[in-house]
Design a protein around this ligand. Structure first.
Ligand SMILES: [Zn+2]
Length: 288
């Protein structure tokens, strides 16, 4: 395991000038991985219903499937904070959060962080903050490294990738990693004004489309770190993303399958739900 100094960690954020606003006391020498064990809230009376009893009857719900699967969240900011809360609350018991960014004050308006998290690595702090959310108990790992570096440094088991990041190169890396592992991946994205979300489910089977089939014009060099966002758009995207993660782990039952969800808070544009088709010339699907 590599121990990184604060100076080395600062490099991961790309432009070190962005960190100038943090007092140096926030940037401590640290280990980039943390492991948290949340304990299940015990029953107070033997006759109490099971904690997840209200999930019974929800179409295609399978609590055991959700509980046992290893969920890796790539990104722990505005999109994935709330997906992580949703998964932890609904009974996912094996969670890993990977995010190398540091919590800043603007994040507090819409991400699951608090005053004491300021200046700290999001992957590590979100894992810690999820402890109280995991009411059914969970093993939660937080990693404060970029996705590809985390894969190099640690053995990360995954049954599904949940990708909520602001840059296309990480989305591409995650799409390819999911293909290599033959596991599903869910991608969520917000429009620049924060009013519209797109969420895509990439099936593990190669006969189904990948993210690049769905969005062939994604520029791998494009980053949207300062796009607008408000908590309502984060919640909208997180709801659809959490639904896709549940379906990816539990199956669809009698629900008609789809892999694309697009919705607009303003109601000005048509909401879309459907099946994206595979592109024959897709470089990701052909292993490129
Ligand atoms: Zn493809």
């Amino acid at each position: 395991m590599k121990i990184k100094t604060s100076k080395e960690s600062a490099k991961f954020d790309g432009d070190t000038d962005d960190l100038a606003e943090f007092p140096s006391s926030f940037l401590s020498v640290e280990n980039p991985i943390t492991r948290i064990t949340a304990t299940e809230i015990p029953v107070t009376h033997p006759a109490e219903p099971d904690m997840f009893a209200r999930h019974d009857g929800v179409p295609a719900h399978d609590q055991a499937a959700l509980s046992g699967k290893r969920i890796v969240l790539v990104g722990g900011g505005g999109l994935n904070s709330w997906v992580a809360v949703g998964l932890a609350r609904s009974g996912a018991r094996r969670l890993t959060v990977i995010d190398p960014d540091r919590v800043d004050r603007t994040n507090l308006s819409r991400q699951f962080f608090f005053q004491e998290d300021l200046g700290e690595l999001k992957g590590m702090r979100l894992a810690a903050n999820l402890e109280r959310q995991a009411v059914g108990g969970a093993a939660i790992t937080g990693i404060g490294l970029p996705f590809e570096e985390a894969l190099e440094d640690f053995s990360i088991d995954a049954d599904i990738l949940v990708v909520g990041v602001d840059n296309n190169s990480c989305r591409l890396a995650a799409a390819q990693e999911a293909r290599r592992r033959r596991i599903p991946a869910v991608f969520s994205m917000l429009s620049r004004d924060g009013m519209r979300c797109q969420v895509f489910y990439q099936d593990p089977t190669t006969i189904e489309p990948c993210l690049w089939c769905a969005l062939p014009n994604l520029d791998p060099d494009k980053i949207m770190p300062c796009a607008s966002a408000i908590i309502s758009s984060c919640f909208m995207a997180a709801a659809f993303t959490t639904f896709f993660v549940h379906r990816g782990l539990m199956g669809w039952g009698t629900i008609e399958r789809f892999n694309w969800r697009e919705a607009d808070l303003t109601g000005m544009a048509l909401n879309q739900t459907g099946m994206i088709k595979k592109r024959e010339d897709c470089p990701v699907c052909s292993g490129g």
